[in-house]
Design a binder for this molecule. Sequence first.
Ligand code: AHR
Length: 500
Amino acid sequence: MATITLHPDFRIGPVDRRVFGSFVEHLGRCVYTGVYEPGHDSADEFGFRGDVAELTKELGVTLVRYPGGNFVSNYVWEDAVGPVEDRKPFLDLAWRTVEPNLVGTDEFLQYCERQGLEPMMAVNLGTRGVAEAVALLEYCNGEAGTKWADMRIANGREKPYGVKLWCLGNEMDGPWQIGHKDAHEYGKLAAEAGKAMRLTDPSIELVACGSSSMQMDTFGAWERTVLSYTYDIVDHISMHAYYEEVDGDRASFLGSGTAMERFVERVVASADAVGAEKRSDKRITISFDEWNVWYLTTRFPGETNLPIQRDAPRIIEDRYSGLDAVVVGDLITTLLRHTDRIAIGCLAQLVNVIAPIMTDPAGAAWRQTTFHPFAEAARLATGEALQVQVDAESMATAKHGDVPTVTAAATVDPATGKLALFVTNRSDAEQTVTLRHPGATARIDGGTAVLADFEGARETQEHAEAYAPVDALPVEHGDGTITLRLAPESWTAFHGTMES
Ligand code: AHR
């Protein structure tokens, strides 16, 4: 038996819809035979797959990060603009794949415009530096009359793209990163690149690289040092986190949202400590620009073992289960509980590579299990996030200690009174929840649940496609409370109304 208490006056802050972002990297089949496949039955005149675009819309993605990821750290963006027939293939060292450069900055940004997606660009601070970052920004956002803006115009695009969001490199703390740096080297470079980029276009928002995960030896010290150089220049610090079930430790995997929450709290603490030392009123927010379930240690062979490949090889095409969908739902719930500090979120990645959408070359596109919780949350979470008080039993986990069996996030749209309540039941027993709503009238009109208990979604495409949210268990309205029932190991998205 658990209790959830909501009060309409206790709010965390507006839900930034950029938290429903995703990520397209030149990795495996994310771009080629993923979003882009000229000659595909559904392809538009630019070669982008219509079936993938439709599913992206259904998923509710608002923003897309590009072009990497590890890929960006040895990327030469100039090689992928201008007439396609003049572009030369290039060996990407991150994934040891020959990049044909058929899709580059213009193709991506115009795709985003057609789809109504906000682009989030990353610059290469691995093998390159300030000059190339500024050149790319000017190419994207500059007005006619300077070298790089004029190159864009010569390439057929008169109007500046007005890209707002810029990542200053990717995972620069990681020894695997091409051009890896220590925190001082990276902090100084990011500050200089950021300063020059702001002078090029003062309207941009900048993201400094945080740690690649909380497990990095340098975690904490990295954030502190990098922000000591960049605090006044950047808006956001990045976070990346991937979770997986290791050695059948289901309880720890189900508790991943708690690990994510602790990670967020620690990054906020590190950033605020720098702000305090600087006596600054500015608050750095988080760009959680890579998160997902990824069977990284159990199934991925490791970057260094990859042979050189070409023609869009299949790399890290994880298949997901019902349990993975429940965990993804719980991770979204965690992001929504921190909307005051998390400004951006990117489910990594969008298509084929650890992705909610899969494709067959020349064939179908379909949804993985993890598609569903993201789509439900993106559809329902609007307005303001509420502070949610959850009182529930704990469960023991080997990795995270005791974690709550029930977690929740809620949003209310003050204009319409629409309420969304997302609740995870991590335990293997059905749970009854009393929903208290003092100071408001509230109704739950229904809900859908994703369940862990589903066989075969990882094994075959047919099973993956058969996986779908089910109706939530029946709800009972009482005098001032509502009784909810949660299926075992489930994530439920309830919808209703709440008015003071
Ligand atoms: O998303 C896959 C990879 O994970 C990205 O390229 C990298 O940034 C991270 O390590």
